[in-house]
Design a protein around this ligand. Structure first.
Ligand code: ZN
Length: 287
C-alpha cells in the first residue's frame, strides 16, 4: 500500500507520496491559503487527489499545527487561527471518502525520525521539538503512543519552577517558558537589557552574561529531559525544531541531562534529527 502524507503548515502545504519501499514517488508544495478554513480544506482535497492520481490503494496521514482534542476531534491551540474549533479530520474524510489519520507536528516528527530517520534502529524513541514552542512525541516499536487523552509526550508543560515564568496554559514555570526560542531570547533581555535574536545570542557566549545564560539554559534543558528519562527510559531522544542546530546540546546539554537522571547507568543517546523540515510530511505518511 502506498502512503500519502500532508504537512499543513502556516505558510505552506506539502504533500508526499511514498511507495511500498518508502521511495518518494511524488512531492508537491503549495502556499497555505490565509485565514480561510474552506480554502484550506479545498486545497488539501485537490492536492491529495492530484498526487494520488492512478494510485488505487493508499493511506492518508495529515500533520497539523496544534493539538486535536480526543474528545471532540476538533483542533485546539493552533497558531493557524482559522483551524481552531474546526473538524478538519472529519471534513477531509467526507471530501476524500476515506479514513485518514491526523496528528500534531511533534508526534509526526517523532514518527518520522523513529521509522525513517536517525532513530530508526531504536525501539522506544522520544522525539523533541525545540522551537517557538516545546513539544514531544513517543514512538514505541514504530507505533505512535499518543496516550489516553492525546497528551502523551507533552513535556513542554511540565513544571520546572513552580513560582517561575507564567505560561499561556495557565500554569507557572513550564519547560516551554524556559527553553523555547522566544523564552531564551526573553531571558537574554532580562539579563542584559538587550533585544537579540537567538542566533545573535549564540554567536558570542564568551562573557559573563553569556556564560550565565548558557548555564541556566543547560540546567533547565537537563532537568526537563531528565524527568522524561526517569519516566520513559527511552532508547533514544531525537531533537528537532530550530534549536536542534545548537551543537552544545549534544555535548554539554547531554551531560547536564545525564547528571540529573535517577540511575547509576545513564547513556541515553541524544541525537540530531536527520530529516529536518521534511519530518512533518514523512511522519504524516507513517501514521
Ligand atoms: Zn504551560
Amino acid at each position: 500500500m502506498y502512503k500519502l502524507g500532508i504537512d499543513l503548515g502556516g505558510t505552506k502545504i506539502e504533500a508526499v507520496l511514498l511507495n511500498e519501499n518508502l521511495d518518494v514517488i511524488h512531492r508537491k508544495r503549495i502556499p497555505t491559503p490565509q485565514n480561510n478554513y474552506q480554502n484550506i480544506l479545498d486545497s488539501i482535497t485537490s492536492l491529495v487527489n492530484e498526487i494520488s492520481e492512478n494510485v488505487k490503494d493508499y493511506s492518508v496521514g495529515i500533520c497539523t499545527p496544534g493539538a486535536i482534542s480526543k474528545q471532540t476531534g476538533l483542533i485546539k491551540n493552533s497558531n493557524t487561527q482559522c483551524l481552531i474549533g474546526k473538524s478538519l479530520k472529519e471534513d477531509l474524510e467526507n471530501n476524500l471518502e476515506k479514513n485518514i489519520s491526523m496528528e500534531n507536528d511533534a508526534n509526526c516528527f517523532a514518527m518520522a525520525e523513529a521509522t525513517m530517520g536517525v532513530a530508526k534502529d531504536f525501539d522506544l524513541v522520544f522525539g523533541v521539538i525545540l522551537g517557538t514552542g516545546v513539544g514531544g512525541g513517543i514512538v514505541i516499536d514504530k507505533q505512535l503512543y499518543s496516550g489516553r487523552t492525546n497528551i502523551g509526550g507533552e513535556w513542554g508543560h511540565h513544571t520546572l519552577h513552580r513560582e517561575g515564568n507564567t505560561c499561556y496554559c495557565g500554569k507557572c514555570g513550564c519547560v516551554e517558558t524556559y527553553i523555547s526560542g522566544p523564552a531564551l531570547e526573553n531571558q537574554w533581555m532580562k539579563l542584559t537589557g538587550e533585544t537579540k535574536s537567538l542566533p545573535e545570542i549564540l554567536m558570542n557566549l564568551d562573557n559573563r552574561n553569556g556564560k550565565k545564560w548558557k548555564d541556566e539554559f543547560l540546567e533547565n534543558f537537563g532537568y526537563g529531559l531528565a524527568n522524561v528519562i526517569d519516566i520513559l527510559d527511552p532508547d533514544a531522544i531525537v531533537l528537532g525544531g530550530g534549536l536542534s542546530n545548537i551543537d552544545f546540546l549534544y555535548t554539554e546539554g547531554k551531560e547536564s541531562v545525564h547528571s540529573k537522571v535517577f540511575s547509576d547507568l545513564v547513556d541515553t543517546p541524544i541525537l540530531k534529527n536527520q530529516l529536518g523540515d521534511s519530518a512533518g510530511v514523512f511522519g504524516a505518511c507513517m501514521l
